[in-house]
Design a protein around this ligand. Sequence first.
Ligand code: ARG
Length: 462
Amino acid sequence: MAQLWGGRFTKETDQMVYLFNASLSFDKRLYKHDIMGSIAHVTMLSHQSIISEQEKDLIIDGLNKILQDIENGYLQFTEEYEDIHSFVEAHLIDRIGDAGKKLHTGRSRNDQVALDMKLYVRDEIKETDVLLKKLLITLLQIMEEHIDTYMPGFTHMQKAQPTTLAHHIGAYFEMFKRDRARLADIFKRMNYCPLGSGALAGTTYPLDRALTAELLEFYGPTLNSMDSVSDRDYLIELLSALSTIMMHLSRFSEEIIAWNSDEYRFVEIDDAFSTGSSIMPQKKNPDIAELVRGKTGRVYGALISILTTMKGIPLAYNKDMQEDKELTFDALDQVKVCITLFEQMLKTMRFRLDKMKASATNGFTNATDAADYLVGKGVPFRDAHGIIGSLVLHCIDQKKSIDELTIDELKQFSNMFDSDIFEAISLKTCVEKRLTIGAPGYEAMKQVIELQHVYLKETFLS
Ligand code: ARG
């Protein structure tokens, strides 16, 4: 066991306690950020004449070599090191001797781990944003291709009014746009540097915290050292944003699973993104979408877990907080792979335009438009609603759609009906007359697509 703290102990740590307490098995993935933070720390220590320039150079050189050796596999993360911080420091001292012992001057593992996690999360937020942007580009392509692909819009899972595939996909475009905005907000709020907060009460060394913050590209140093080592709010916000991304992906997955079923046949998932059954030879299952839906629960779990962990922790650092890592790492891993696969599945998915159109044509999706037609002829809307209601009942009885009735049949319900009704309630008219911004009509949709192109050119995180 290579521990950083043997001095005041008279007994060896119990082996099981050691393993229970150790975090290297999972915080090893912070190695790059731990080393990056240490390089900024010693650069500042030497700038403040707390260590010499030579010592700084030796330490930085040693740290860079450790980084290289981890990356080329020469240095292995073995159980004898408690955590990534001990691992790096012990190897540094092994390699450069006494100068290495000065690395931890004016620092605690409490501000060190707070820094490492922030540096890691910052990179992950940016990566997630890149993936979301890629997904948005694919969604926009689908929207452009399907601006006049008619399909039913649903409420209560019942056909409601006709819309287009572009319009339906456009709803998800808005959701993922907000997801990106949430990530950007979190980034802005969390991007302050905790290094220099020490264990909890700062240090007596004349550290230049603004300098370390600047070297690590933070907006500035955090302003309360107790808060700095105890704050996990940004992880809670992140897990909440990740949960929302998963919720959106899960709703979308649910639709794709339904649309891919024999009952709908709106889409066909590409063979490369489907799986088969070991017993039923005919099966082609939408497993990617189902797994995305399933993993949503796991990401929600991480959010609830950290909220519960944090609620009982008095100031300042307590070891409970070590629990933040595995769940944050796992949630980020899951979200990134889900966005990536989902995007590829969408890109290769075939839309069955004939089925969508046929489905939009029946099921009385034009009933609202038929009522609006009567309103146009001077009938008050509430009366028109009643007339069309009885008409629909009649159609159900006759097993016909509204537009399959003759004008004479229609006139039995209202003498306001004229031969122009058929044009007025055609699928094309129902969609194309919906021209308010945000609606599926061609011109309105074109305008929105233009705005989405402009949006995609803006950058914050990517
Ligand atoms: N592995 C610890 C964590 O993740 C690092 C901080 C340890 N600090 C301490 N005082 N034991 O939280």
